[in-house]
Design a protein around this ligand. Sequence first.
Ligand code: SAM
Length: 285
Amino acid sequence: MPETDNLPPLRDVIAAHDLMAKKSLGQNFLLDLNLTRRIARAADAEGAIVYEVGPGPGGLTRALLAEGAAKVIAVERDQRCVAPLYQIAMAYPDRLFVEMGDAMTVDEAALLQHYGIAEPVRVAANLPYNVGTALLIKWLTAATWPPFFSSLTVMFQREVAERIVAAPGTEHYGRLSVLAGWRCTAKILFDVSRTAFVPPPKIVSTIVRLEPLPEPVAPAELADLQAVTAAAFGQRRKMLRQSLKTLVPDAEALLAEAGIAPTERPERLSVTDFASLARAFRKRC
Ligand code: SAM
C-alpha cells in the first residue's frame, strides 16, 4: 500500500525555504501530489532503486518514496533545496540520498557504486527542457551498454517527446528518434498540463518512458551512426546522394554498399538502414 508522509504541503515548504523558482535553473515545480504519484507509478517506483535528477523541493521525490521506492538517489544543483530534501530524508530514514551537483557531469555508475548499488536502476526526472534533452543524449550515448538504468521515465516538452518516439516517414523523425530507437524502446505515456506547474511553463510537457534493449537493434559503431545521421538530417530535404557528400566524396558508392537507393531521403530510412549506412561508412574510413 502506498504510504502517506507527514510532511508539510509543498506550497508551505517552498514558502518556508523561500524557494522562488529560478529561471536560470529551469525551475517549474510540481505541487500536485496526485500527479507526482502518477509519475512515480509510471516509473515503477514500488520496491525499486530510483535515480532522480533535479528533485527541487521534492514533489516527485516524496511521491517516489510514498509509492514505495526502496531507495532514491537524487542529484540536485540548487543549494537552496538541501534543507527541504533533508526533511524528506528524515521522514524516510535510509531511503533518500541527495548529492549536490550537475547531473550532466555525474558518473552515474560510480555514484550508484558509492551507495553499494550494482544493479540497473529506474530513472525518474522532471527536468528543465534543455538539460532533459542533453541528459537523454548523454544516457543514450553511454560507452557501455546495457547502461546503468533499466528504465527512464522523464518529462520532456511535447515536441521533444514526439521526436524521441517518432517512426520513419513521420514529421518528427530525426537524429534523436534514430538514436533512441537504436538502443531503446520508447513510448509517450501522458501529457502534463502547463497549469500543473508553479510557475507554469509556456508549453505542454509529456512523460516519456524508455527502456534499454539488451543490444542495439542492428550492429554499428555509435560514432559512425552519429556521423551518418548528422550528415543525413543536416540537410533533411535533400536526397541522400547529395547530403552524404559532406561525409564522403562518393556518397552513391556508400549508399550502394549499404543497399540504400541514392534518391532516398533521410526521413524514410529505418533505424536498421541507418545502422547499415554506419557500417558502410566504417568500411570506407
Ligand atoms: N523535481 C521537482 C518537481 O518536479 O517539482 C523540480 C523540477 S524543476 C523543472 C527542475 C529541477 O532540476 C530544479 O530543481 C533544478 O534546480 C534542477 N536542475 C536543473 N539543472 C540541473 C542539473 N544540471 N543537474 C541537477 N539538477 C538540475
